[in-house]
Write a protein that binds this ligand. Structure first.
Ligand code: ADP
Ligand code: MG
Length: 372
């Protein structure tokens, strides 16, 4: 089921009684979620992700704009008539019911022509439980299960009604790191197997990157970029997106373009084409640094962190915006890093330029790629 958001906006009155300023939690969203795809809504806490999800589910009414499922306008339909499955961060299972009863609950509430026979309900519940691999735990109570297992029950309960759209709001946030990884792979598998159009909300960029077909990056209720995960990383629309994706984060310097050359501070680092002289922000991904004793970017070495396959060279530069540079270098180059000075050449395709004021990406010509 394709989902379309048209000029979707949600305003909340200010919570602070003294101020009359309202919050625009979702500001003029326009995009289409293709049938069968998994879309990640990504952004920092408070940027409007849950609000956007609740507008799709029908738990919230928009201030203006429309929500369409396929060709049907569902804007005025209550959640129970939209055919959505919902999963939240806290699993919200009924503690006194068994796993089986929890999963069956939404089926028992079906009314009229939608009502299923007891056998059909049993079959559907078993199918949903098997899908999330808890089919052997049907008689347990939620308190007798781990967080990961409880979240699987919540997912089974959301898919048992065969929803048209599955909506997940930070479903992995209460799980420990290992379970989070495992469960996100599970969600991806379940989504692929069922082909249910899915919206997955997270503030965790790595989670969004790993699970999504497309990512919608949000800030303060405004969409910053909609793209495939790799494109959001490789081709950020602005400095906010560049900084929000990637660990360690992108390194940002004050720079300038002068006569077709890019300067970081006073270091002349790369040729650029088609960019008029101006001050810029220069973003360099951690993997964009190459150790080179004749390299143009002259830094002060602070330390080296061993990461196994790679090392992270921590360094300073006078034009750096931020505390320290983190350059990821293959571990076999580690012996080259000693003394107080360290010089780098830059991989041009890992360097992005942004307007100093608006922080919008500068693309025209840009950094010359040469041979990457
Ligand atoms: P996220 O899920 O990305 O953390 P939310 O969608 O929960 O963000 O909130 C977005 C913004 O809307 C925040 O500034 C939040 O304080 C505000 N907000 C959310 N719900 C309400 C509400 N019921 N009343 C007033 N403001 C709200
Ligand atoms: Mg939220």
């Amino acid at each position: 089921m394709k989902v379309v958001l048209q000029n979707l906006t949600k305003r909340f009155p200010s919570r602070n009684k003294k101020s009359s300023e309202e919050v625009i939690a979702v500001n003029d969203f326009n995009f289409e979620i293709p049938d069968g795809k998994l879309i990640g809504l990504l952004g920092p806490s408070g940027c409007g992700k849950s609000t956007a999800l609740n507008l799709i589910s029908g738990l919230l009414k928009p201030t203006s704009g429309r929500v369409l499922f396929g060709d049907d306008d569902v804007t005025d339909l209550p959640p129970e008539l939209r055919g959505v499955g919902l999963v939240f961060q806290n699993y919200a299972l009924y503690p006194h019911l068994t796993v089986k009863e929890n999963i069956m609950f939404p089926l028992e509430n079906l009314k009229g022509a939608n009502r299923l026979s007891k056998e059909e309900m049993e079959r559907r519940v078993q199918q949903a439980a098997d899908l999330v691999q808890i089919g052997h735990l049907m008689e347990r109570k939620p308190s007798e299960m781990s967080g990961g297992q409880q979240q699987r029950v919540a997912i089974a309960r959301a898919v048992v009604k065969l929803p048209k759209v599955l909506l997940l709001d930070e479903p992995l946030s209460n799980l420990d790191a290992r379970l989070r990884l495992q469960t996100r792979e599970e969600i991806r598998r379940i989504q692929r197997e069922t082909g249910i159009t899915t919206v997955f909300v997270t503030h965790d960029q790595e989670e969004a990157m790993s699970i999504s077909d497309m990512i919608v990056v949000m800030k303060d209720g405004v969409i910053q970029q909609i793209d495939q995960p790799q494109s959001v990383y490789d081709d950020p629309a602005n400095l906010f997106v560049a900084k929000f994706l990637g660990t360690p984060p992108i390194n940002v310097f004050e720079g300038s373009v002068k006569n077709g050359r890019l300067f970081i501070g006073s270091d002349d680092v790369l040729p650029v084409s088609g960019v008029a002289d101006r001050p810029v922000w220069v973003g360099v991904r951690p993997e964009g640094f190459v150790l080179d004793e004749n390299g143009p970017l002259q830094c002060e070495r602070i330390g080296v962190e061993v990461m196994g396959r790679d090392i992270s060279v921590v360094a300073k530069h006078p034009a750096l915006s931020g505390i320290s540079i983190r350059a990821i270098i293959p571990a076999e180059h580690a012996p080259k890093v000693n003394g107080n000075a360290v010089c780098f050449a830059l991989k041009p395709y890992k360097v992005h330029l942004f307007e100093r004021d608006s922080e919008v990406r500068i693309r025209e010509g840009g950094v010359q790629h040469g041979t990457p």
